[in-house]
Design a protein around this ligand. Structure first.
Ligand code: ZN
Ligand code: ZN
Length: 217
């Protein structure tokens, strides 16, 4: 239902998000196939703290010994005590059910990240704070690859490209500013967290169409 990403970099690889139930098996298999040691994963970068992104965080942190990087506002999502209001309460209810079903365990954020912070991973990753879905929702931009991991700014499936459902958004009024930030950054490639094909140009085109902005590619 969602994708977490392993950015391979010999002895300093990085995970973007930790995924959900069932994924420890897939992550272990991938790491093994790549001939990596779990301890070569040095950091876990969270786009945000929703259960489908932080579900395996405690396991992944223990398995790799990696440090967890996330925006301070995501702390309460990870802990499961974010004060959802209005229609967004449904998100909290879904998460509460999921936490119970999947025996979720929270994990601590080791380093709080801020907008435009440069992280020394994968040839350099810049934090792009993109609130709207959650207050501390962040993307990660690789200038080297001209690639933005855009988290939950959209879900990108060929049969259904959409913005996150209203019940899932904590501060939707912030979306236009975040969309504009991406438009100005103009990354050649975009990889969201929910998608069908791993094709960054395709997702960039879909993002532009979805938000009725001109494609810069
Ligand atoms: Zn989310
Ligand atoms: Zn998500």
């Amino acid at each position: 239902m969602g994708c977490c990403h392993l950015l391979e970099d010999s002895d300093a690889s990085v995970m973007i998000d930790a995924g959900m139930i069932g994924e420890p098996f897939l992550i272990k298999r991938l790491v093994q196939q790549l001939g990596l040691n779990p301890t070569s994963i040095k950091a876990i970068l969270l786009t945000h703290g929703h259960l489908d992104h932080a579900g395996n965080l405690a396991w992944l942190k223990e398995w790799t010994g990696a440090r967890v990087f996330a925006h301070a506002e995501e702390h309460r999502h990870i802990n499961g005590d974010y004060p959802y209001t209005g229609i967004n309460r449904w998100c909290g209810r879904l998460e509460a059910a999921g936490r119970f079903l999947f025996r979720y365990r929270p994990a601590a954020i080791d380093e709080f990240i801020t907008d435009l912070q440069e992280l020394p991973f994968w040839g350099g990753l810049r934090v792009i704070h993109l609130p709207g879905h959650t207050l501390g929702h962040c993307g990660f931009y690789s200038a080297k690859h001209d690639l933005l991991f855009s988290g939950d700014m959209m879900a990108s499936y060929f049969f259904n490209v959409h913005k996150p459902w209203a019940i899932l958004n904590s501060c939707p009024a912030e979306f236009p500013t975040s969309v504009e930030k991406i438009r100005q950054l103009a990354p050649r490639l975009m990889i969201p967290s929910h998608y069908d094909f791993r094709d960054g140009e395709l997702h960039r085109r879909r993002f532009c169409r979805l938000n009725a902005i001109q494609d810069w590619g």
